[in-house]
Design a protein around this ligand. Sequence first.
Ligand code: AMP
Length: 397
Amino acid sequence: MNILVINCGSSSLKYQLINSDTEAVLAKGLCERIGAEGSVLNHTPAGGDKVVIESPMPNHTQAIQLVIDALTNDAHGVVKSLDEIDAVGHRIVHGGEKFASSVIINEEVLAAIEECNDLAPLHNPANLIGINACKEIMPNVPMVAVFDTAFHQTMPEKAYLYGLPYKYYENYKLRRYGFHGTSHDFVSARAAEILGKKREDCKIIVCHLGNGASISAVDHGKCVDTSMGLTPLEGLIMGTRSGDMDPAIIEFLANKEGLNITEITKILNKESGVYGLSGGISSDFRDLSAAMDEGNALAKATLETYAYRVAKYIGSYVAAMNGVDIIAFTAGIGENDVRVRSMIGQYFNYLGCSINPEKNDVHGKETIISNEGDKVTVMVVPTNEELAIARETVRLV
Ligand code: AMP
């Protein structure tokens, strides 16, 4: 089967066409500036060069039409017609408490996703627009919704409740949900598989360290805790997001800087994290590492603060699971940043493991980076959220 995987944002749309039999990516691409001037589609067929298609995209329906045109184009297409697309898998950010697994999309599901809009006002409405655009262009192709939150729905109450008046949970479902679930699911399963073990027999900590970053504790196959909360702002220090902080900071900053809540929330999401902490050097860890090499003390402090937060979360999840067998690093930083992995590994001695410097010199490749005989296996396991979505789509259709 050929599965079109769609990740739709408010002004962008990422896609991959995956052959589910071979799990090969036939083509992938990105529509940018949908609904604005200068919209552009970057389309890359497997084994071919990137094609840049500049064309007006007044809305997402037009963007999907251009994607289909690119996929079926005589020169740079990879299928003959729309008939060769068997199903569509949509990445949906928030499934609230309604969705603990992926589902086939129907009218009822659409309404239920819409009910979760309040919980992810920046993402869910855009995801829905993507679904509706596909429905318009491909009315007879089955579609599946795969939720970022679903894998974390097994968290127990003690992990998802906040220390807030209970009525807010009752009235608004205000609780911790967690995100990147598709990645945590994929990587924890793959980590166990690489070691020839069953995930159901292991205690696994997955460190998804990308521009957005989160950690999860996967105990005998089930997620029991994760670092993101009601929104993806909680938890680790990220590229531009603050992660955990004293909530009283909001009032403090409002008074000192004369800012309102919306302005402060924007600072916490877009101007904080390693970007803000480093005084604006960059949100990209390659730039921060280069600055540290040049002797920039703030870049060094930023990376140390980042690694320390990750190490503290790992420690808390060891406590939550009363042990750990596997620690897996994934996503842009987790897969590639040798230095940051090694800085985090400095805190692993109490676990009876350490990161081996030679084995750790690896980028984006499945590798065991702890020493043979260590009590805990530390690994790099590249994530593949699109493939996970394609597999879920095939399973359901
Ligand atoms: P992601 O959100 O998973 O795509 O991760 C993106 C982030 O990964 C970038 O912002 C970089 O900070 C980081 N990254 C990507 N490649 C490297 C690399 N070779 N070394 C260090 N960090 C990297």
